[in-house]
Unconditional design. Structure first.
Length: 445
């Protein structure tokens, strides 16, 4: 017997109908039984779900050639297709029809006590298992494969397959216990084997093969309409009159309109999502700049430029503080002027101005030169301090790190070490200590 992968490959490459027919006949009972539970006992809806699942298989045959266990994929696909069809079915059916379907389901349950408890929640519990455990249970108990076949499908030996199946069954038993269903592992396995898979209706396999192959090969609207008519199992009694055709065509047209509206709404939502994605991407790019700097993902030139900017920011902060001090002194001088503007203080102001001019005349350029040189030296010390901090940050030096004159040259504006106007010598090294000058009074405050 050819493996599932070989049949899939034959269909994907050569469009072999016989290979696809063999796949459908091999897995039709599994798919239909799961679909019947998903449809809450609605046989017609279960057939539609089965049809949709094998249509999906035909479409994705090429990508499923390397899938380790086709049965597991089909079982999971039943849940997805059932959800899609159920949403469409719920819109067409009212509450009364849904209640009637539930009554039919309750009246058709098997007589086994364990299966009666397990059936309503089995598929929900199965889909809470991970994919490998779920596939193991499907192969062993749903399709009644031997442990050797389970191991081959999962890529493990027979003993490992036995352990995998036992653990998966225990997990399923625990999930059912949370839903109030208590049973032994052997009892649960027997119930699943006895009731999980039932025979699909006669003729469904041929209908599914015809419909799936026709859907994948169709290129015109006429062919799609013919496939829809072939797959409508509700017309199995041979109703082929014009009234029946019109009855089928009407819901198809309504469904087509619904799909068109949904496509338009989905397109609008996609455009909104794209806009939000662009905004999030821009915000993410801006917010990660700092993280990139901390994790050394920026280039050396970018990091050096960032460090220089930080140094200039620090220099601007110091200048802002000095500007604040000058403003405060200016405010005090203005307050003093307001006081001295009264007539009684005119003589006092004149005397003070005379004394101030006398003191300014007495200050020679030689007296002002040391102060100018001191200010220039302090400015040099600030540049050196900023360069030391940038070098330490880029090279990730610790608080005990020491830098040299050659290391900080790239971080200075002139690329050269400044000199003291008074002839002093600059000293620096430890990152935590500010640079100093050998001239007394020339120091950072």
């Amino acid at each position: 017997m050819a493996a599932d992968a070989e049949l899939l490959q034959a269909y994907a490459q050569n469009r072999s109908e016989s290979a696809f027919t063999e796949l459908v006949q091999r897995h039709i009972d599994l798919v239909y039984s799961a679909a019947l539970r998903e449809a809450r006992g609605d046989a017609s809806l279960a057939e539609d779900i089965t049809q949709t699942v094998f249509v999906e298989l035909a479409k994705k045959a090429s990508s499923l050639v390397r899938h380790p266990a086709l049965a597991g994929w089909l079982y999971s696909c039943v849940r997805k297709m059932a959800a899609n069809l159920r949403r469409s079915e719920d819109r067409r059916q009212g509450r009364e029809q849904e209640a009637q379907t539930m009554n039919e389901l309750l009246s058709s349950e098997p007589s086994e006590p364990v299966w009666r408890q397990v059936q309503p929640v089995l598929d929900d519990a199965m889909h809470e298992l991970n994919e490998r455990d779920r596939t193991a249970v499907v192969l062993r108990f749903f399709e009644e494969r031997s442990l050797k076949e389970v191991g081959l499908a999962l890529g493990i030996n027979e003993n490992a397959a036995r352990m995998r199946v036992d653990r998966a069954l225990e997990k399923l038993q625990t999930l059912l216990a949370k839903r109030g269903i208590t049973s032994t592992a052997s009892g649960l396995a027997a119930a699943i084997v006895a009731g999980a898979v039932v025979a699909a209706p006669a003729g469904l396999s041929a209908s599914v093969v015809t419909g799936a192959l026709a859907v994948t090969a169709s290129t015109t609207a006429t062919t799609l309409a013919a496939v829809k008519l072939m797959t409508m199992t509700k017309l199995k009694l041979g109703i082929i009159s014009a009234i029946a055709v019109a009855t089928v065509a009407t819901p198809v047209a309504i469904q087509h309109q619904d799909k068109t509206k949904l496509r338009a709404e989905n397109q609008s939502l996609r455009e909104q999502v794209d806009q939000l994605t662009q905004l999030k991407a821009e915000n993410g790019r801006l917010s990660t700049l700092l993280a990139q700097a901390n994790s050394s993902q920026l280039s050396k030139d970018q990091l050096s430029e960032l460090m220089k900017l930080r140094g200039e920011v620090g220099l601007l902060r110091r200048q802002t503080i000095e500007l604040g001090k000058l403003r405060e002194e200016n405010r005090k001088l203005r307050s003093g002027l307001e006081v001295v503007q009264s007539p009684t203080s005119t003589l006092r102001v004149g005397t003070n101005l005379f004394l101030l001019r006398q003191s300014q005349v007495g200050d020679s350029p030689a007296d002002q030169a040391p102060q100018t040189e001191q200010n220039a030296c302090v400015s040099n010390l600030r540049q050196i301090d900023s360069a030391v901090q940038q070098c330490a940050l880029e090279n990730k030096l610790t608080t005990n790190g020491v830098v040299t004159a050659d290391q900080i040259l790239p971080y200075l504006r002139s690329q050269q070490l400044p000199r003291c106007p008074s002839g002093g010598t600059y000293a620096f090294g430890p990152v935590t200590n500010p640079p100093t000058c050998s001239i007394p009074g020339h120091a950072l405050q």
